[in-house]
Design a binder for this molecule. Structure first.
Ligand code: OVM
Length: 404
């Protein structure tokens, strides 16, 4: 036994299942219990350690040397289990292998590179909002705005063809479920894995992509020697896997926030420069990506508890984003706070590479709504869509009052 293990502090044990339906639909009670139990909690059901406090989640995200991603960032341990698809070169990789794909994608979706999309996306958002409002002032904000807008702009920006785009959301849903245990949510999609993977892989081929999209730019990076030709399709796959459902749920979080906080909507309409902070506050408040795992590369001691080498550690991003030790009045959606430092996009070397794309989408959609809509309200109970990783909605029944 190592010296560290002899002095080890036994962590509190919880037999809670973070992936049970009722928890996925309403995670805050478990988050609170885990934060209060201690800085590290052992989850007996899955034989993993878990972090729910901001300080420890942030520290683990920053510490890629001790907490690796290459064994998978879901519950499945890819050194013992066959991955369900070839590993992501970004999400499921560590330096140095991670660095080239990351650098390539970072340049492609950098704020400077997105400037050419700005006007198109703002126009697309205005057209969508005009269309929706022409149909009526009561609608499901989840489908007609939060899903519809990313689907209008993002696949075109990547450069995939028109056929089969209806597969994007089911693929994302499956992909994000796959980070959790093999529960009923994973089993429900098992019959579609082959079909959806085949479709997505086909979209990543150079011939399937338009000449000027993000996808083509990934292939151009291979021409320059910044990536190998084997890597290019997998980097395109990351765009399609990580870039749709996440932004959909981020936009849904904004709509839900403004429908339930009419004063905040009024404030945003008066001060459009708040839009970006509003999006980040919505991401903090709802945390569309709720959890990711890491794997300890060595026996790592966290506040006295030893996380044994080779074991998984579950980071509750959503719980960290509402930790009262870090945030004042954390459960409040508050446009006056500075949400920077939230871990909704992760932190450190894996921090969401597409966050500027997401912010641009949010900015475009919220600006278009702010121009035409004075008030947003719920007309019924919004429904959550259970997913092992995403905090997702299935419906968001809204009524809007048009601006004079
Ligand atoms: C990827 C990937 C997939 C899902 C999420 C994600 C949040 C990345 O395949 O690279 O980041």
């Amino acid at each position: 036994m190592t010296e560290a293990l002899e002095r080890a502090v036994m962590p509190p044990v919880s037999d809670a299942d973070p992936f049970a339906h009722e928890v996925l639909l309403d995670p805050e009670p478990l988050h609170r219990a885990l934060r209060e139990a201690g800085p590290v909690v052992y989850l007996s059901r899955y034989d993993v350690h878990a972090l729910a406090r901001y300080e420890q989640v942030r520290a683990a995200l920053m510490d890629w040397q001790n907490f690796e991603s290459g064994a998978g960032v879901g519950l499945a341990h890819f050194r013992h289990e066959e991955p369900w698809r070839p590993l992501s070169l970004l999400l499921e990789a560590d330096p140095p292998r991670h660095d080239a794909p990351r650098r390539v994608l970072r340049e492609i979706v950098a704020p400077r590179a997105l400037r050419r999309l700005r006007e198109t996306w703002h126009t697309a958002a205005e057209e969508l909002v005009d269309q929706v409002l022409a149909e009526g002032t009561e609608f499901d904000g989840c489908t007609v705005l939060a899903e519809a807008f990313p689907l209008r702009v993002f696949p075109d920006a990547v450069g995939i063809g028109p056929d089969g785009r209806e597969n994007l959301l089911p693929f994302g849903n499956m992909n994000f479920n796959a980070f959790g245990p093999r529960n009923d949510l994973v089993k429900a999609d098992a019959h579609r894995v082959g079909e959806l993977l085949a479709w997505v892989n086909a979209q990543c081929a150079r011939e399937a992509l338009s000449e000027d999209g993000f996808g083509a730019q990934v292939w151009a990076a291979a021409d320059r020697g910044d990536l190998t030709y084997d890597q290019a399709p997998l980097v395109v796959r990351s765009l399609l896997a990580a870039g749709v459902d996440t932004t959909v749920q981020g936009l849904a979080a904004c709509l839900y926030a403004f429908a339930t906080h009419p004063d905040a909507w009024g404030r945003l309409r008066e001060r459009p420069e708040l839009t970006r902070a509003a999006f980040d506050e919505a991401v903090r408040w709802q945390s569309p990506v709720q959890t990711f795992f890491r794997t300890a590369t060595t026996d790592v001691t966290i506040t006295g508890t030893v996380v044994p080498a080779g074991t998984k550690i579950l980071m509750f991003l959503g719980a960290a984003n509402r930790d009262p030790a870090r945030w004042t009045d954390p459960d409040r959606f508050d446009l006056t706070r500075d949400p920077s430092g939230h871990v909704g996009f992760g932190m450190g070397i894996h921090q969401c590479v597409g966050q500027h794309v997401a912010r641009l989408e949010a900015e475009a959609l919220l600006a278009a709504l702010a121009r035409r809509v004075e008030r947003i309200e719920l007309t019924g109970t919004p429904h959550r869509h259970p997913n092992n990783t995403l905090r997702a909605w299935s419906s968001l029944p809204l009524r809007v009052q048009l601006a004079a």
